[in-house]
Write a protein that binds this ligand. Structure first.
Ligand SMILES: [Zn+2]
Ligand SMILES: [Zn+2]
Length: 734
C-alpha cells in the first residue's frame, strides 16, 4: 500500500493534504484514488477525495494523521472526471477541493452512499443467542422485533413498518445491546427492457446532412456548431444522434439552459427512447439530486439531461455531448467562488473523452462563430423552417413619431388588434418584470430608492409592494410621498402594467403573463404554456422567459416593446445579447403555416446594429460585430479575466484591487491590467463592488501571469477585508 494519500478538501486553500493510510481495522475499504475519505482537519472531521497516492510526504511523518474512514470501495470520481475537474481547477485558477465539491451532490459530500441503497436490519449472532435464552424478558416489543429478525433474512424499514408499527425505539434499544444491527445494502436493479420507441418525423435534406456529418465522427472528438434558425428542427437532429449513440450501447449527455429544461423537452426524449434517463437541474431537492446522480453514476441512465452543473455528471461510456442554446448565459456560473462555463467545459470534456460535441443555437455566440472561422469547429446550417413556415417580417417602429399608451405605440396596438381579428396569437416582449420601474413623487421629485443598492425600487402593484430586483429588498407600497406627503406615481412599464393596459384595450381577450413573478414553483410555467397552446389565452406578455423552447404555431405577431436597453451599454457584449434576444423573440412568430410579423419599438431606428440586423439577419450582425471586436481587441480576439471584490466601503473595495495591481508595477509583455474601477452599480445589497480587468491577446500569457500573481494576491493583508473572486472569461463586465 502507498505510504501517503493526497486528499482534496473543500477549503479555499490551493493544495492537497497528506494523510497516512487508515488503520486496517478502522475501515471497510482499501483507499483508492477517486474514493471519498473522512479525515481529521484541525478540530473538524471533513470528507474529502483521494487524488493521489505517494510514497513520501514533505510533511514530517510525525505530523501526519491517518485517514479515519474510507467511504467508497471504488472511485466516485473516475479518472476521466478527475481529468476534467483538474483542467477546470487550473484554467479557472480555483482550488481543486472547491472545484471537486461543486461537482458532487451535497448528499455525497455529507457521506451518503454512491450506490442506490437501502437500510436493512438483521439480528447479530449475539442477538440470536440472546433470543434463544428468551431475552429480552421484560420488553415485549423488543422481543417481538428480535424474534422477527432472528427468523428471517435482513428486513427493510418498509417491511418493519408493515409488521411492527413504530419499531424504531425498540430497534434502538436492541442495537445498543448489540443484538441487532443495520447496514446499507445496494439495491439490485435489473436492466429495464426498452419500452416501445416512437419513430421521428422524416428528416429534411439539411437535417439529414447534419445527422450524417456528426454520425460519421462518433467515436472521436470533433466540435460541431448546429446553427439552425428557430423552428428548423435542431432537436430532431439531437434525437437522431442520441438514438445512434444509445443503440450502440453508449450514453449521451445533453445540456440545456436553465429555463430551457421544460417537462416538454424531457417528455420528448422519454417518448422517443423509452430508456432510463437522469435529469439534473437546480430545482431538485438534495435527495432528488442524489437519486439522479446515482442513476447517472451506475450507468443505469442511458441519457443524462441537465442544466449547467450537469457537465460534471458521471456518464460512463459517454458517446456524445449536446449543448443546446449554446449562446445562453445560464451556462456560465457567475456567482460564488468557482466560476466556469459549462459550454466551454463540455467541449473540453468531449475532447478529453474523444467524442463529438454539438453546440446548437439559432444565434451562436461570437466566440463560437470565431472558432468556426478559425477552423476549430465545423459549421452545420439549418436554414429551412419546418412545415413550410415563412420567415417572419421584421419592422422597426419609430417611437419618436408615435402616439404612445403606456409604452405601447399606436401602430403596435393596431397590429395587435388586426392579428387578434385574424385569429392569431400575439407575443408582447418586455425585459422588465413588475408594474413600473420607478415610484416618483410629482411634487418634490422623490424617487423610491433601495437603501442597500444604487438602484430604484420596482413597483409591484398587484402585490402592493416595492421590491429591489438586485438585492430582494421588499417594502409596502407607500400611499404618499414619505418626504412631503404628496401623491406618488408609478412611472414607466413592466410586464404587470403592460398586461393591465392590454386587458383594458382588448376587453374579453384572455391574456397570459410569463415572468419570474408568475413562475414561482414547478408547474407554473407549464400552466401558462398550456393556456397559450390551447388557444384559451390569445396574448402573452413576458420577459426573456418567453424566448425558450415553446412552440405556439398560432403566434403570428411579436412586439418587442423596448429594444433600446442594449444599444448604448458600456459592456462590449451588450450588442450581441440584444441581437440574440431580438432574433430569439422574433423566432416565436409564424411557426405554423402563417407568416409572422415582428414589430420592434425603438427610439433609434437608424442605429447601425438594428439596421444591420434587419438587412442581413443574425449572420450579418455577427460579421460586423466580430470585426468591431477585432478592431477593439476584445474577446474572442483577446482573453480576459476579472478580479472582482466587494466590501463594506467603496474605499476598501478599491484598496484591495489597487494593492493587487501594485504587486505588478510592470506587467509582463502582452498582459494589460485595466482598473480598478467601481462597478457601474457600485452598491449592491449593502456592499460596494469593484473590479480589475486583466487582458492579453494570448491565452498562455494570461494564464502564466495569473499563476504567478494569484498566490501573491491571496497573501495580501487587504484581501482579508473583502470578498474577492477571479472570473476567467467573464461574460458580464460592470
Ligand atoms: Zn414628495
Ligand atoms: Zn437593493
Amino acid at each position: 500500500m502507498p505510504k501517503v494519500f493526497r486528499v482534496a478538501l473543500d477549503t479555499p486553500l490551493r493544495r492537497l493534504f497528506d494523510y497516512l493510510p487508515p488503520a486496517p481495522d478502522q475501515t471497510t475499504f482499501p483507499p483508492v484514488v477517486g474514493a471519498r475519505v473522512r479525515v481529521p482537519f484541525g478540530r473538524q472531521r471533513l470528507i474529502g477525495l483521494i487524488l493521489e497516492a505517494a510514497d513520501s510526504s514533505e510533511v514530517p511523518a510525525g505530523r501526519l494523521k491517518p485517514i479515519l474512514e474510507v467511504l467508497d470501495g471504488t472511485p466516485v470520481v473516475d479518472a476521466g472526471a478527475l481529468a476534467l475537474l483538474g483542467w477546470a481547477a487550473q484554467y479557472y485558477h480555483h482550488p481543486i477541493g472547491e472545484v471537486l465539491s461543486s461537482a458532487l451532490p451535497k448528499a455525497l459530500r455529507m457521506g451518503a452512499s454512491a450506490a442506490a441503497s437501502e437500510e436493512r436490519w438483521f439480528a447479530t449472532a449475539a442477538g440470536v443467542a440472546a433470543r434463544a435464552h428468551g431475552e429480552p424478558r421484560r420488553a415485549p416489543r423488543q422481543r417481538a422485533l428480535l424474534e422477527f429478525l432472528s427468523a428471517g433474512t435482513a428486513a427493510t424499514a418498509a417491511t418493519l413498518d408493515e409488521h411492527h408499527g413504530s419499531w424504531r425505539e425498540a430497534a434502538r434499544a436492541l442495537t445498543a445491546r448489540g443484538w441487532i444491527a443495520s447496514a446499507a445494502v445496494a439495491i439490485e436493479r435489473s436492466a429495464e427492457p426498452h419500452a416501445a420507441r416512437a419513430t421521428g418525423p422524416e428528416l429534411f435534406a439539411e437535417q439529414h446532412t447534419a445527422v450524417e456529418a456528426i454520425g460519421e465522427s462518433l467515436g472521436g472528438f470533433r466540435a460541431f456548431v448546429l446553427h439552425g434558425i428557430t423552428g428548423s428542427g435542431k432537436t430532431e437532429v439531437y434525437l437522431r444522434l442520441v438514438e445512434r449513440v444509445v443503440d450502440a450501447g453508449h450514453r449521451a449527455l445533453v445540456l440545456v439552459p436553465e429555463i430551457g429544461l421544460t417537462p416538454q423537452l424531457v417528455g420528448r426524449f422519454r417518448e422517443r427512447f423509452g430508456v432510463p434517463m437522469a435529469v439534473l437541474h437546480s430545482a431538485l431537492t438534495d435527495s432528488e439530486r442524489l437519486g439522479a446522480w446515482r442513476e447517472a453514476f451506475s450507468g443505469h441512465a442511458r441519457i443524462v439531461l441537465g442544466t449547467r452543473s450537469a457537465v460534471f455528471a458521471p456518464v460512463p461510456d459517454l458517446g456524445l455531448i449536446v449543448v443546446d442554446e449554446e449562446h445562453d448565459s445560464s451556462f456560465k456560473q457567475h456567482e460564488g467562488g468557482f466560476r466556469y462555463s459549462a459550454r466551454d467545459l463540455a467541449v473540453v470534456r468531449a475532447q478529453q473523452t474523444g467524442v463529438p460535441v454539438i453546440l446548437g443555437s439559432a444565434t451562436p455566440s461570437l466566440e463560437t462563430l470565431h472558432n468556426v472561422d478559425a477552423g476549430r469547429y465545423t459549421h452545420l446550417r439549418l436554414q429551412r423552417r419546418a412545415a413550410h413556415a415563412q420567415p417572419p417580417r421584421l419592422i422597426l417602429l419609430d417611437l419618436r413619431k408615435s402616439a404612445m399608451q403606456a409604452g405601447i405605440s399606436m401602430q403596435a396596438m393596431l397590429a395587435i388588434e388586426r392579428h387578434l381579428a385574424q385569429d392569431g396569437q400575439v407575443l408582447v416582449f418586455l425585459n422588465r418584470r413588475g408594474y413600473a420601474p420607478t415610484l416618483l413623487c410629482t411634487a418634490c421629485g422623490w424617487i423610491a430608492p433601495c437603501s442597500e443598492c444604487d438602484a430604484r425600487l420596482t413597483v409591484h402593484l398587484g402585490a402592493g409592494r416595492l421590491r429591489c430586483h438586485h438585492c430582494g429588498a421588499d417594502a409596502p407600497l407607500p400611499p404618499r410621498c414619505p418626504v412631503c406627503g404628496f401623491a406618488v406615481k408609478a412611472v414607466g412599464q413592466g410586464t404587470e402594467r403592460v398586461e393591465e393596459i392590454l386587458g383594458e384595450r382588448f376587453a374579453g381577450v384572455a391574456i397570459a403573463r410569463l415572468d419570474r413573478d408568475v413562475v414561482r414553483k414547478r408547474g407554473d410555467m407549464e400552466a401558462v404554456v398550456r393556456r397559450m397552446a390551447s388557444g384559451e389565452a390569445r396574448i402573452l406578455v413576458g420577459t426573456q422567459m418567453v424566448t425558450k423552447g415553446h412552440d405556439f404555431p398560432n403566434m403570428t405577431l411579436v412586439v418587442v416593446l423596448n429594444a433600446d436597453q442594449g444599444l448604448f451599454s458600456t459592456d462590449f457584449r451588450a450588442p450581441e445579447r440584444l441581437a440574440q434576444t431580438i432574433v430569439q423573440v422574433a423566432g416565436r412568430a409564424g411557426r405554423g403555416s402563417r407568416a409572422g410579423e415582428v414589430l420592434i419599438q425603438t427610439e433609434f431606428p437608424d442605429h447601425p446594429l438594428l439596421q444591420n440586423l434587419l438587412a442581413a439577419g443574425y449572420d450579418g450582425f455577427a460579421h460586423v460585430a466580430l470585426e468591431e471586436r477585432s478592431l477593439a481587441s476584445w474577446p474572442p480576439f483577446s482573453r480576459l479575466a476579472a478580479l472582482r471584490d466587494s466590501a463594506k466601503t467603496r474605499e476598501a473595495a478599491l484598496a484591495f484591487l489597487s494593492e493587487a495591481r501594485g504587486l505588478v508595477p510592470r506587467p509582463p509583455r502582452g498582459v494589460r491590467l485595466l482598473g480598478p474601477v467601481p462597478a457601474a452599480m457600485a452598491k449592491r445589497a449593502g456592499r460596494y463592488h469593484a473590479q480589475l480587468l486583466i487582458e492579453s491577446t494570448q491565452r498562455a500569457r494570461l494564464h502564466g501571469f495569473l499563476d504567478a500573481w494569484l498566490p501573491e494576491v491571496e497573501g495580501l493583508r487587504s484581501a482579508r477585508a473583502v470578498r474577492w473572486s477571479l472570473d476567467v472569461d467573464p461574460l458580464e463586465l460592470f
